[in-house]
Design a protein around this ligand. Structure first.
Ligand code: EPU
Length: 337
């Protein structure tokens, strides 16, 4: 267990914001976490549980207790001819897990290559990319209740996963800390290449195998998304809005080439990046912050920005999209004040 005071969060937020946490605990095991939860500081202060902070926007220093999982380890708990079930510590870097599984020849998460963050946060956020979401492979999420240190195990159905949503972000928000995730992967190679031109891209790059799919996904991501180690960002800043069919039809009449995804008879999803680009924001810079030139859904810190500047830019973008399309953009990034 580690405990620090006035601890820099520079390495714990991919926007690269120079903020501090008043108190900072790191735990290596579930037992250590349960011990920490009995600490007086936890009972008296606001609490924030973080992974790598790839989805956080700090508006100020955090005047409370930050908890970070350093529970590592990838353990096979069951194996059959067709499948493998693994237990992954919440502090395992997500892309290290993907790399490891691809090397083992286990399929299921290769499309989620290069997504920043740690496994615990990935399971809370239901990360997704290129036609796959983590919910497609999760069997169970193990967690500890903050109020009393009780262990809980959430089967897939009780996680209530939806697009970038889970029970841990809604009904149970702020109540549990994820300690490990049980994931089921296939030993038979079942690929999911339905996203746009993914299959074509993979074949252009080489053979149809896990390694090549991972490499192709990495190439595609690197061509559009800035590396947070080089340019501070949190990936998609907004969720892609799901709008009522009437609204979609009204916009589509004016913009027949607008990309869109069918959700249900009543609703359609529209890429937020497209909406933001139409409003003229793509590539624009205001002071230390801006909208990425290759993907309008990504807001960037060009260096030295304050969280507030990013929040102000986000608000201006939301206003433009609302004025032009009558659509409200909802941030995917969590604002921490
Ligand atoms: N588009 C534009 N202009 C832009 C960006 C996108 O017109 O500046 C258009 C593209 O041409 C395309 C459509 O919007 O027709 C979709 O773009 P893209 O395939 O790049 O995906 P996205 O909808 O912008 C989502 C996820 C990403 C994920 C990709 C790939 C959300 C909020 N974002 O982005 O996730 O990598 O699909 O599956 O759902 C993240 O969550 O941080 C993230 C990067």
């Amino acid at each position: 267990m580690h405990f620090y005071q006035n601890h820099s969060l520079l390495n714990f937020n991919t926007f690269g914001l120079n903020v501090n946490a008043r108190h900072f605990f790191e735990f290596d095991s579930e037992n250590e976490l349960i011990e920490i939860l009995q600490h007086q500081l936890i009972k008296e202060n606001p609490l924030l549980v973080i992974g790598q902070g790839s989805n956080l926007l700090f508006l100020n220093d955090f005047d409370g207790v930050v908890l970070h999982s350093a529970i590592r380890g990838i353990q096979v708990i069951e194996e059959t001819e067709d499948a493998v079930i693994i237990k992954v510590g919440s502090g395992v870097i997500w892309d290290d897990l993907v790399e490891y599984c691809v090397k083992q020849g286990w399929s299921g998460i290769e499309n989620l290559s290069l997504i920043p963050g740690e496994t615990g946060a990935a399971a809370i956020q239901n990360i997704g990319a290129y036609g796959v979401e983590i919910k497609d492979v999760v069997q169970k999420v193990n967690a500890v209740r903050i109020a009393d240190g009780q262990r809980g195990a959430f089967e897939l159905e009780t996680c209530r996963y939806a697009y970038r949503e889970s029970v841990f972000k809604k009904e149970l928000k702020g109540q549990f800390i994820v300690t490990s995730v049980i994931i089921r992967l296939s030993k038979k190679t079942v690929f999911n290449l339905s996203y746009n031109h993914l299959e074509k891209e993979v074949l252009k790059n080489g053979a149809m195998n896990l390694e090549n799919i991972r490499n192709t996904i990495i190439q595609v991501r690197e061509s559009k998304l800035p590396d947070p180690k080089v340019l501070g960002n949190a990936g998609s800043f907004f969720m892609n809005p799901v709008v009522k069919r009437e609204r979609y039809k009204a916009v589509q009449l004016q913009y027949p080439d607008m990309p869109h995804y069918f959700v249900s008879e009543q609703e359609e999803k529209i890429p937020a990046g497209w909406l933001i680009e139409q409003c003229g924001w793509k590539g624009r810079t205001i002071g230390n912050v801006g909208v990425h030139a290759k993907q309008a859904l990504v807001l960037v810190n060009y260096g030295g920005a304050k969280g507030q500047e990013i929040a102000e830019l986000a608000a201006m973008i939301q206003q433009s999209v609302a004025d032009m399309f009558g659509i409200n953009l909802i941030p995917e990034v969590n604002f921490i004040s």
